[in-house]
Design a protein. Structure first.
Length: 412
């Protein structure tokens, strides 16, 4: 599978009070129409456009929009969604299972998203959940699925985890994604935990740490941004946060010695992004779940773990949040707490969430300096990974599938 992503131009971004200058380039690609009939992905062309947009001159609306990581509703991009992307300069777009039907359809959808963003000065994060096992979005008809993390973890072979991580990254890159919401660093220590289950590498901190960090670093080495999840840990729950709010009664000492071990190591080893969990930890914060908790996001992730990468919330459409908070309220609380980006797959809430965040900044509920810091992190990450730099993906479908088959053979 071969592909060339080409630049839309060079954007010079002058960042906040410290006058930090970072280069951001916006890009667009013409997706191939059909991958199923070719062994290689055709090269992608693009048009060039250069825009200068100093952050200090950005409007409040532009800065707030960068903190929004949106979903779309169907298999194609609606006119309303095209306008949402082109007019609002959102930070990222995530695709879910509902957005994928076939390889050609997925390629065309990703291309249409990039085209919608073509005239904006910054490239998009294009994210997907590609963990292997039961959480896989890339069509099997194009590229084989990889084993669940539990099967990889059971081998206790970090080199196999590394190989799997690289292949996951190659899979998502082949369809134009630059961010993968993986690996899962949760440790399954509750036999009734179905939502995580075999998505975890195992039941011990050491195994999850060794295998998970190997996978994370391999994804990074393939120039895809990994998002480790779900802090402070989703392994000791029996309630699925997609439907309701789990409560975990563990002390901070227990969490430090167990759940946080893989996350601490991930931060030490250069993690790019952490996703927060929609879980209430009363010993840490009696009122707010982790996604909305300043104690957890600022106090623990930022200060205790000394993490300065991106903090991205889990989806605000999940029952743990939507059953207990208004979406706009939750978005404001999460940014107040220290999150950089809000994952919002229910786009019917987009405008109200955006307006609420703008108003919260204007009212002083969210300091503008904090917003600037978050936008700076977002832009720096996009520049670090050269999201709009030209690069050529030389992976062939047949070779990828052969390597994935080798992984399956190793776990037999």
């Amino acid at each position: 599978m071969k592909r060339t992503l080409t630049a839309i131009g060079l954007t010079l971004v002058v960042v906040s009070a410290v006058i930090l200058i970072i280069n951001i380039r916006g890009g667009t690609q013409n997706a191939p129409k059909d991958a199923s009939s070719h062994s290689k992905m055709p090269l992608r062309g693009n048009e060039e456009k250069s825009t200068r947009s100093p952050l200090l001159q950005w409007s409040m609306e532009q800065k707030v929009s960068q903190t929004l990581y949106i979903g779309i509703q169907g298999l194609t991009l609606s006119n309303q969604e095209k306008e949402m992307i082109s007019q609002n300069q959102v930070g990222g777009v995530i695709l879910l299972g509902r957005n994928v039907e076939s390889a050609p359809q997925l390629q065309n959808l990703v291309d249409s998203i990039r085209q919608a963003n073509a005239n904006n000065p910054t490239p998009l994060f294009l994210g997907i959940d590609e963990e292997g096992g039961r959480v896989s979005r890339i069509p099997d008809s194009a590229i084989m699925n990889l084993p669940a993390s539990k099967k990889i973890g059971d081998t206790m072979d970090p080199e196999l985890a590394q190989k799997t991580g690289r292949l996951l990254a190659e899979k998502v890159k082949a369809f134009g994604f630059n961010m993968n919401f993986a690996p899962v660093l949760d440790i399954v220590n509750n036999p009734n935990n179905q939502v995580i289950g075999d998505r975890s590498f195992g039941e011990t901190p050491e195994r999850v740490k060794n295998m998970g960090i190997s996978a994370m670093q391999a994804i990074q080495s393939a120039r895809v941004i990994p998002v480790v999840k779900h802090f402070p840990g989703h392994g000791n729950t029996s309630v699925d946060s997609h439907y309701d709010l789990p409560v975990v009664d563990q002390t901070i000492e227990e969490l430090e010695d167990f759940e946080w071990v893989p996350f601490k190591t991930a931060v030490e080893q250069g993690a790019d992004a952490i996703m927060t969990a929609h879980i209430l930890f009363p010993e840490l914060d009696q009122k707010y779940p982790a996604t909305l908790s300043k104690t957890i996001i600022t106090g623990i992730i930022r200060e205790q773990l000394d993490f300065n990468g991106l903090v991205i919330t889990d989806d605000m459409a999940m029952g743990a949040i939507s059953n207990n908070y208004g979406t706009s309220e939750a978005a404001v609380l999460s940014i107040q707490a220290g999150a950089d980006m809000v994952l919002l797959t229910d786009t019917s809430q987009f405008q109200s969430v955006k307006n609420s965040l703008i108003q919260a900044v204007r009212d002083g509920q969210i300091p503008e300096s904090q917003l600037n810091t978050s936008v700076t992190r977002i832009l720096q990450k996009k520049e670090t990974y050269k999201l709009s730099e030209p690069y050529e993906d030389t992976a062939e479908i047949s070779q990828l599938n052969m390597q994935i088959e080798e992984v399956w053979n190793q776990i037999q």
